[in-house]
Design a protein around this ligand. Structure first.
Ligand code: PRX
Length: 629
């Protein structure tokens, strides 16, 4: 047991938690510290390689790091095939529940068969190794099947979050030059149908590269099917071509696995590229150690597969570990606030991993809802996506975890692919802190000049060691990769977050320092919201900022200058909100839009969002010497 010497509000691990852990974390920290590459090599040896690597890390062309040089593998093979000749064969790989109560399960055998069949379908549509496939669906098993099938044949998947809309989808299809789009007729969300196919049709009018559209039937409502282009998933899966013949592509460790678009400081979203080898090793190990995955665990990551959390820890991570992953289609509180707690009891979930915004949303309904259910199967809890306020942490710990489940507050990013700053079960916890870097990682907090800040001072969070699941580049834009992540402090990865480190060496994330907003845990760029607003004929200029919100963390506030000939009205403001919803998706709809005559800008014409924010909050805007007027 750790000596009780830490300062502040500390939750020390119990003997039970420590004894259960599948590794001694002190040993993990010291072995990674002593031999970083050796640590990762040992982890990689737990997975299957068709050819072993000859070198763990190649850093000869920084910042384009490579891992497991000349190793040959396939992440899908490691998720499915390796389990077929083991007792896992008939174990559940995936349990799914729909918002309307529909329910499906897949054993490892069944999931392998479905993926293999669909991989052959994709091949029959002409998809070859290295080609891109966009996947735009709700949270249904076919989403995981489609991702795994792409990985299996070496195609690069690009999953677009099902809550995005026309322009967001179009941009992502266009940038990735996808040949196939896999979507569904619709998705259930809070009892309503999200018109996925209708949105896809509109996006495809703007995007030229897609030759075939595969449509999963989820809702069964009437949709348009374009002859020669659109095909039902179930029809394709019934064809002789959808057979179970072997089709695994042997992939180099550095071959691309997926693109995932995320928001950056400026302009369009960028496609983060992850690869088969290092990504696989990184998420396999982080999930195993941080969530202490055991043979019989049922792991529920309640994120959306359309974001990195779902890629790494709904689909790939649990399957690599031979665990059972649970996926739920709907919203946490629909149709009643105990929906989640009911499913934890029903399926005997052992580990729940969610976001602070969901916890805050559930907390509002009080303890009576979770208290009605037997949550004793839970052993560990997790949180991700934004800083968790200590009040929400304590509620989660006490009411959901029954004061026995440690909370893994995992800090990471689309770019990092895997957990970076995170506790492990043996680490004493402080509510609101992600505690320490994962074994072997060197992390620091720097001032503007690149000097490490003093304890409890705020600074820029950087990562000083390469890690296997790191992004390899920005698709089609290596210069932006270099500049954005490695440009500020040479040799160090800039996270875009500010943070503090306390006197015990514990990290506290404060938030983004760039023009990226976290709204209900979702990452959005102010530039994207602004360009959605400006695409409306009445808008000349727009600025978006995030203001604190009790449940969402941040709420979007927008300031708009109208074109001449348009005048301010409540009707127009509502129309602008709807327009952003139509172009970007409901999550990007501004909470509040204000029509203004001018925006604060620097002399070079850059909008000073900081000044807008200070004004909205009624605080001092600080240095405004660069303000033009
Ligand atoms: O600001 C940090 C915040 O989420 C950002 C990354 O967003 P995204 O790429 O969408 O990935 C989210 C899920 C991995 C980070 O730059 N963030 C993520 N996890 C935490 C967090 N902030 C505080 N605490 C966390 N645990």
């Amino acid at each position: 047991m750790a000596e009780k010497t830490l300062s502040g509000d500390v939750y020390y691990p119990t003997e039970e938690v420590i004894n259960h852990a599948n590794a001694n974390c002190e040993e993990l920290y010291s072995s990674a510290e002593n031999d970083y590459e050796g640590f990762w090599a040992k982890e990689a040896e737990n997975l299957l390689w068709f050819d072993k690597w000859d070198k763990v890390l190649d850093d000869s062309n920084k910042p384009f790091f490579k891992w497991f040089i000349n190793g040959k593998t396939n992440i899908c093979y490691n998720c499915l095939d390796v389990h077929l000749n083991t007792p896992h064969r008939n174990k559940l790989a995936l349990i799914w529940e729909g918002e309307n109560g529909d329910f499906r399960t897949y054993s490892y055998f069944a999931l392998h068969r479905e993926v293999n069949k669909f991989a052959n379908v994709l091949k029959s549509l002409g998809i070859q190794k290295g080609e891109r496939v966009t996947i735009y669906m709700g949270r249904v098993p076919e989403l995981a099947i489609a991702m795994l099938a792409c990985a299996r044949i070496g195609a690069i998947h690009s999953v677009v979050y099902g809550g995005f809309s026309v322009e967001a989808l179009h941009e992502r299809i266009d940038d990735s030059q996808s040949k196939v789009l896999i979507t569904a007729d619709g998705a259930y969300q809070r009892g309503k149908i999200v018109e996925l196919k209708k949105i896809s049709d509109e996006a495809l009018q703007r995007a030229a590269t897609v030759e075939s559209v595969v449509v999963v039937k989820r809702t069964g409502h009437e949709i348009n099917m374009e002859p020669g282009r659109d095909m039902w998933y179930h029809d394709l899966m019934a064809l002789p071509i959808a057979n179970n013949s072997h089709n695994v592509e042997i992939m180099d460790a550095e071959d691309p696995l997926f693109l995932l678009y995320t928001s950056g400081t400026t302009g369009k979203p960028k496609a983060i590229l992850h690869v088969h080898g290092g990504y696989m090793v990184g998420i396999y190990s982080t999930l195993k150690y941080v969530f202490d995955i055991h043979e019989d665990d049922r792991f529920w990551c309640a994120a959306d597969p359309g974001w990195i959390t779902g890629h790494s820890y709904i689909v790939y991570g649990p399957l690599l570990n031979g665990a059972t992953s649970f996926m739920y289609e709907g919203a946490p509180t629909f149709p009643y606030p105990s929906r989640w707690w009911q499913m934890i009891e029903k399926y005997g979930i052992n580990i729940l991993y969610t976001a602070p915004t969901a916890i805050r949303g559930l907390m509002r309904y009080g303890e009576a809802w979770p208290n009605r259910h037997d949550l004793s199967s839970l052993r560990l809890l997790g949180t991700v996506g934004e800083p968790i306020n200590p009040e929400a942490w304590r509620w989660y710990y006490k009411v959901i975890g029954g004061e026995r489940c440690p909370i893994m507050d995992t800090w990471w990013q689309t770019e990092t692919g895997m957990f970076m700053i995170t506790p492990m079960p043996c680490v004493p916890l402080k509510p609101g802190s992600g505690t320490k870097p994962f074994p072997g990682l060197k992390v620091d907090i720097l001032d503007e000049e690149g000097n490490p800040v003093k304890p409890n001072e705020e600074g820029f969070l950087v990562i000083k060691t390469p890690w296997p699941a790191m992004l390899r580049t920005i698709w089609n834009d290596p210069d932006r990769y270099i500049e954005q992540y490695w440009g500020k402090y040479p040799g160090m990865y800039l996270t875009g977050d500010s943070a503090k480190r306390d006197e015990d060496g514990y990290y506290w994330i404060i938030g983004r320092v760039d023009d990226v907003l976290k709204v209900s845990g979702y990452r959005l760029g102010t530039a994207e919201i602004e360009s959605a607003l400006v695409s409306h004929p009445a808008v000349a200029e727009a600025a978006a900022i995030g203001l604190p919100h009790e449940v969402k963390g941040n709420a979007i506030h927008a300031y708009v200058i109208l074109r001449t000939g348009h005048s301010k009205s409540d009707k127009l403001i509502e129309e602008l909100r709807q327009h952003v919803g139509h172009e970007m998706g409901p999550i990007a709809k501004p909470e509040h839009i204000e029509i203004v005559d001018s925006l604060p800008k620097t002399r070079s014409g850059k909008i000073m969002r900081r000044v807008l924010k200070a004004k909205a909050l009624g605080v001092d805007p600080g240095n405004i010497s660069t303000l033009a007027e």
